[in-house]
Design a protein around this ligand. Sequence first.
Ligand code: FAD
Length: 498
Amino acid sequence: MNSYYFDEGHELFRESLKAFLQKEVIPNIDKWEEDQRIPRDVWEKMGDMGFLGLSYPEEFGGAHLDFFYDVIFCEEIAKVFSGGFAITQAVVQYMSGPYILKYGSQKLKEKYLPGIISGKTISCIGISEPTAGSDVANIKTTAMLSGDHYLVNGSKTFITNAVYGDFVVCVVKTDPKAGPDGVSLLIVDLDNEGVSRTKLRKLGWHASDTAELAFDNVKVPKENLIGKEGQGFYYLMGGLQVERLVGAIMGYGACEAAMEYTLQYMADRSAFGRPINKFQVLRHRMAQLASEIESCKQFVLHCSRLNNDDKYAVKECSMAKLLATELSDKTMTQCLQSFGGYGYMEDFKIARMFRDSRIGTIGGGTSEIMREIIAKMVIDDISYKQAEKNNLNNNKTNDMSNVDNILQTIQERAGKADSLNNTLKFNFGDEQLYIDGTGDKNMVSVDDKAADCQVDIGFDDFMSLIKGDLNPMAAVMGGKIKIKGDMGVAMKLQTLFS
Ligand SMILES: Cc1cc2nc3c(=O)[nH]c(=O)nc-3n(C[C@H](O)[C@H](O)[C@H](O)COP(=O)(O)OP(=O)(O)OC[C@H]3O[C@@H](n4cnc5c(N)ncnc54)[C@H](O)[C@@H]3O)c2cc1C
């Protein structure tokens, strides 16, 4: 069947990548799993072949291709029967590199991107800490500015690639008192003085190295800051969408490989005088799995299309990660069952797939966190905006904790919007903001005056509105905003908050 997503160029790429993996990777997987280490030259070979940096710009050595080349890359590396192999480059290409590409200075891009595209450099993403995984805003690692450098102190745990890797895109607090607005991203070279790495022993992903990192007064040049101070949390929320989408692609990719492997075994294995693929209960189980995998795959491809079209699809990417990784666990469990006792033996690849799959519903945001995000969007009408569009947060001096301090921000917004031709008041209970739009420009004050239209709204909901987390119309319909007076003025709310 012709694919809606993949053309001839994509398929040629797939064939060439598959041939490479077949020759250079699959024969070595058992050894790399045993050694708990992948030799670097395989990444350099992949770089030489043009398999890395697929959608990165050509000026840094990338191929500037569409996202469906990345989809193929993730599908195929997920099919080599080693989650540990697959995750290594997934972290480099999709989970750490993109922060430098999207938000880093030209100098940082020139320094770090060519290495990860040529396969010479291995990067990591350092979010999780011993006391903060799901609760990212609660991280404790600090990076305090001291002259021309930051001093980094703290620790990270579960960091993929960090034992043998070269640098980590590290999530740090540059302003420990500012909550999410105090989070920044900093590139820390892993051979810096004061960095220590401890290799962790794991249930699966044996070929991948996972480290606990400790930072003891690590001196990091100021220029290693990615983007702006205080924006790290918002960059991260954006980047995690691609991370989750990649997790979903690798999830269904691994399911497809497990199915193919299991069906072959079921054709070869006999019991009670016939191949086990003739037992109806096993046939139906595989038919059910095949149906679920195919429908999950099509949904993930739809999400990939949204990503390719530069749509910020938080809900869809969260759903994709949730469904594909949960399905992967189910698939591995049921496929292993079809192998009987052999499924429990290391000689059969399904044993490794079973344990490698288990991390899918945990890493990059657990299934519970995915359901939380989805619930907030479908039940509470919360919406999320991309960091770079969230200009409000670019202004670090804006402490948004009281009405006086948000006045300036609202004035900037209202000043750019068309004049309301009326007066409008946001009433927070004890305090208020008054917009006089009767002149050429909307003028904002904290005056307590009667207006043509009064909007009663809780302060937290108002903050969500200006951060773009709450849609004005949805807030009206959901009862979070109560309007008194001229509804026509209220209809112009959208222009103030878009
Ligand atoms: C092999 C491996 C590789 C990893 N690689 C990386 C990496 O490269 N970089 C990195 O930064 N991190 C990495 N991680 C960390 C991973 O992302 C975290 O383990 C994950 O985000 C969960 O955090 P936690 O382990 O602290 O669990 P916790 O946050 O402590 O959660 C414990 C349990 O509570 C549940 N829970 C927490 N909050 C809520 C809530 N609000 N509602 C409902 N349930 C909740 C969770 O779903 C989970 O079931 C890796 C982990 C592993 C195991």
